[in-house]
Design a protein around this ligand. Sequence first.
Ligand code: BEZ
Length: 211
Amino acid sequence: MSLRIGDIAPDFTQDSTEGPIHFHAWLGQHWGVLFSHPKDFTPVCTTELGVTAKLNAAFAQRDVKVLAVSVDSVDSHHRWVGDIAETQGQAVNFPILGDPDRKVADLYGMIHPNANDTLTVRSVFFIDPNKKIRALITYPASTGRNFDEILRVIDSLQLTDTHRVATPANWQFGQDVIIAPALTDPAELKEKFPQGFKTLKPYLRLVSQPK
Ligand code: BEZ
């Protein structure tokens, strides 16, 4: 059965460009983003890994560890990262798992046989410090992912974990958010949002983003 939001991210041990990774221990108490690449030495993946490397500080600022996986060997990854640095102007600064036995790809359902029997699709698993899968994104091999969107999802997850709010369509960090519909007690509303809020409908109340 495929993995769903709320499931515990399966643990594994697998070799990577930075040595063996025991996944849960490697995550520790941090957030994680595990994302798959169909194959080494392919153009879209090359751009994706370059962009992720450039955003590594933005992920770290959010306490997120990033981990890529591709079904080729670690030796192949080592040869490929040279191309990525050369063409993308940025060295890869996070581990890439080797997965020639497809252990991780199978564990996470990253191969969709009706798309391709051997290559993974572009999966992204957002994992919280309790090792719970909090969001999933899946794209076909031909569509490169938007890594600003991945950061935006992290921002939403972390904000809504600490405040009783939800984030509206196209929300960007710093913009108004929605008060959780379940929060109706007037005293609690006043205590949580002393600055006041705008009621467009009883179920649609906007408030400035909590700090
Ligand atoms: C790519 O990364 O460019 C790619 C990989 C597999 C199939 C199609 C494109």
